[in-house]
Design a protein around this ligand. Structure first.
Ligand SMILES: NC(=O)c1ccc[n+]([C@@H]2O[C@H](COP(=O)([O-])OP(=O)(O)OC[C@H]3O[C@@H](n4cnc5c(N)ncnc54)[C@H](OP(=O)(O)O)[C@@H]3O)[C@@H](O)[C@H]2O)c1
Length: 273
């Protein structure tokens, strides 16, 4: 194992975008602390990375919606120098707000809002002291593209985007070299939609719907970091779509989205990320 000095903490690295971030920071010689819940799978990811990149990989199994488990994670990392934090863990739901169990919705708030807030608060102090650090918060195009059956998903992802942008303003105001990024991917082929019951055969490009790979998303994120772009929306098509739809008067936007949703997603499967 190399004696690396840099450490990246990545939540939700069992699969998809988090796993890709883990591989990329390992390739840049970072030691890793990765979290997840599917124990066998994340241990396999860790072993694969150790062998391929010769870095140390610590695995922490944590249910981030559980306050006690989150506290254990905080205790494990609070005395470590974390150079890169990727708040990536997240999940989707697929029901109208009134039809969804309130506990599931509050769990989403805990994973997408409380956990990133607490983890960031813990590692930011060291980053400020060392005047060096990077925090990537994985938001979503859902922060911009408001849609039915995405109410708490969009609301929590919009929180993450605003949180990131404001924190960036604070770091710049204080003159601190802590880079912030809100990464806002569109549809990406990971385990995310399968967990919501969407068949892989439905994950195909169609009209304005375009599926990306985790590799593409992480390429865009790292490129945006090198350019100091705080909000990263991977893919030209997604950028144009968000720009165009947000130019519409709100009533026209609502009409468009309701029709688009009914036509494309008002089935059992999930619709958007
Ligand atoms: N895929 C998309 O289309 C898309 C689009 C926009 C944004 N995003 C965002 O990208 C991020 C990564 O998602 P992904 O697409 O890569 O999905 P994924 O393959 O399902 O990975 C999600 C990761 O988050 C972890 N996680 C989920 N709920 C958790 C909880 N309650 N406690 C602890 N860990 C939890 C999972 O752990 P286990 O699997 O081990 O349980 C897994 O490691 C999410 O924040 C998602 O909202 C995804």
């Amino acid at each position: 194992m190399r004696n690396n000095e840099k450490t990246a903490l990545i939540t939700g690295a069992t699969s998809g975008i988090g796993k890709e971030f883990a591989r990329r920071f390992a390739a840049l010689s970072y030691n890793l602390i990765i979290t997840g819940r599917r124990e066998n799978k994340i241990n396999m990811v860790a072993e694969e990375i150790r062998k391929e990149f010769n870095v140390s990989v610590e695995v922490i199994i944590v249910e981030l919606s559980d306050a006690n488990e989150l506290e254990k994670l905080i205790k494990t990392v609070e005395n470590k120098d974390i150079d890169v934090l990727v708040n990536n863990a997240g999940f989707g739901l697929n029901a109208f707000y009134d039809e969804e169990d309130i506990d599931g919705l509050l769990k989403m708030e805990a994973v997408h809002v409380k956990a990133p807030m607490k983890i960031t608060h813990t590692v930011l102090k060291g980053m400020i002291r060392r005047n060096n650090g990077t925090i990537i918060n994985v938001s979503s195009d859902g922060a911009f593209l408001l849609a039915p059956k995405n109410t708490i998903y969009s609301a929590t992802k919009a929180f993450l985007k605003t949180f990131t942008e404001c924190l960036n303003l604070e770091m710049k105001t204080k003159g601190k070299n802590v880079k912030l990024q809100a990464l806002c991917p569109g549809l990406t082929r990971t385990d995310f939609h399968g967990k919501m019951g969407m068949d892989k055969s439905r994950q195909v490009d169609k009209g304005m719907i375009k599926w990306n790979t985790p590799k593409f998303i992480v390429d865009c994120s790292l490129d945006a970091l090198s350019k100091d772009n705080v909000v990263c929306i991977p893919g030209e098509k997604t950028k144009v779509l968000i720009g165009f739809l947000n130019l519409l008067p709100r009533k026209s936007y609502y009409k468009f989205m309701i029709n688009f949703f009914k036509k494309n997603f008002n089935k059992k499967e999930s619709k958007s990320a």
